[in-house]
Design a binder for this molecule. Structure first.
Ligand SMILES: C[S@@+](CC[C@H](N)C(=O)[O-])C[C@H]1O[C@@H](n2cnc3c(N)ncnc32)[C@H](O)[C@@H]1O
Length: 296
C-alpha cells in the first residue's frame, strides 16, 4: 500500500516536470499500467535485454567528469562515463541528444571531444505546460557557452529531423520518458544515426542498474526497427539500453546485487564555478519522496 502510494506520488511529481504525462496518469491504475508495459516489453524483447559489462568500456587509466551536480533528473556518473567511453571507443565525432536539461550529459560528451547538438523544449513551452520554474531555470546551466555544444529547441515529436540525417555518431534519447514518446523519438530519430558509427543510447531504461523501467523498455522495443531489437543491450551498472556497432560480440553478465568490480571515486567541488542563473524561488511544490524502505 505504502509502495503503491509512493509510486503514485512519484508519478505525480514526475508529471509536474513532464506535463504531458498528466493525462495518462489519471486514466489507469499505476500497477496495471506497469504490468501491461512489462508484458509488452517482455514479448517484444523476449525478456529484459542482456547486460554487457560496463567495465569493458573503461580504459585502464580511468576517466573523470569535469562537472556533475549530484542533483535530480540528470544521468548517473556511470551513464556519463559510458557516453564518454563511446566517444573514444568508436572515435565518435558527433552526438545528437534529445533532452538537454542542465547540460550535464552534453558537457560530459563535448569535453571528451565530440560536437554535440542537444535538443529540449523551449523554456516558454515548458512554463506554459506548468513545469516547475526552477526546473526550467536549470536548463543549460552547465552547457551554455561551450564551443562544442549547440542548443536546439523544439518538440522531438514534430521537429524536422532531416537536417540531422546520418549525422549522429551517437544518438542519446533522454527526453520525454512516456511509453508513446519513447517509441516516437526512437522511430523519428533512427535515421539521424551516422553510417560510420550510429550508436544509440536510451537513458532511463532502468530505474536503477538492477531495476527495469518497463514503460521505457516497452517504448524502445516498439520504436526500434525489428531487425535491431535482438541486438539491444543493457550496459551493466547504468540506466542505459544501447544499440552498439559491436554489441553482439560483447560478453553477457548477470544482473546481481553482488559486485563484479569496484571503482575508486574522487570528488571535489569545481573551484570558481558559478551559475549564470541564480534560483529565483524555492522549489515549489516539494517533491514527494518515497517512504523509507524498511526491508528489501
Ligand atoms: C531527464 S532531462 C535530460 C537530462 C540530460 N540528458 C542529462 O543527462 O543531464 C529531460 C529533458 O528532456 C526535455 N524534453 C522533454 N520532452 C521533450 C520533447 N518532447 N522534445 C524535446 N525535449 C524534451 C526536457 O526539456 C529536459 O530538458
Amino acid at each position: 500500500m505504502i509502495s503503491s502510494l509512493a509510486s503514485i506520488l512519484r508519478g505525480a511529481a514526475h508529471a509536474l516536470r513532464n506535463p504531458r504525462r498528466l493525462a495518462t496518469l489519471a486514466a489507469e491504475p499505476a500497477g496495471e499500467r506497469e504490468e501491461a508495459y512489462q508484458r509488452e516489453a517482455t514479448a517484444l524483447f523476449g525478456g529484459v535485454p542482456r547486460s554487457v559489462p560496463f567495465e569493458g568500456f573503461l580504459n585502464s587509466r580511468g576517466d573523470a567528469l569535469s562537472a556533475f551536480t549530484f542533483l535530480d533528473d540528470t544521468s548517473t556518473v556511470a551513464d556519463l562515463l559510458l557516453l564518454r567511453a563511446l566517444v573514444s571507443r568508436y572515435g565518435a565525432r558527433t552526438m545528437l541528444e534529445i533532452g538537454t536539461f542542465r547540460g550535464e550529459s552534453a558537457l560530459a560528451v563535448a569535453s571528451a571531444g565530440a560536437n554535440v547538438v542537444t535538443l529540449s523544449l523551449p523554456d516558454e513551452v515548458m512554463l506554459a505546460r506548468n513545469a516547475e520554474p526552477s526546473w526550467v531555470e536549470a536548463h543549460r546551466t552547465l552547457s551554455a557557452g561551450h564551443p562544442n555544444i549547440t542548443h536546439a529547441f523544439g518538440d522531438s515529436a514534430v521537429l524536422d529531423t532531416n537536417p540531422y540525417r546520418e549525422w549522429a555518431d551517437i544518438l542519446f534519447i533522454d527526453g520525454d520518458h512516456s511509453r508513446g514518446a519513447i517509441e516516437v523519438d526512437t522511430r523519428r530519430f533512427w535515421d539521424t544515426r551516422s553510417r560510420r558509427v550510429g550508436a544509440v543510447v536510451w537513458h532511463d531504461a532502468f530505474f536503477s542498474p538492477l531495476v527495469p523501467r518497463w514503460e521505457v523498455l516497452a517504448g524502445i522495443a516498439a520504436g526500434v526497427p525489428a531487425v535491431y531489437r535482438s541486438q539491444i543491450v543493457h550496459v551493466s551498472n547504468t540506466l542505459c539500453l544501447a544499440w552498439l556497432p559491436d554489441g553482439d560480440s560483447m560478453p553477457s553478465v548477470s544482473r546481481s546485487y553482488v559486485p563484479r568490480v569496484v571503482y575508486s571515486v574522487n570528488v571535489a567541488p569545481v573551484l570558481g564555478w558559478t551559475s549564470s542563473k541564480q534560483p529565483t524561488a524555492e522549489l515549489v511544490p516539494p517533491i514527494p519522496r518515497e517512504a523509507p524502505a524498511t526491508s528489501r
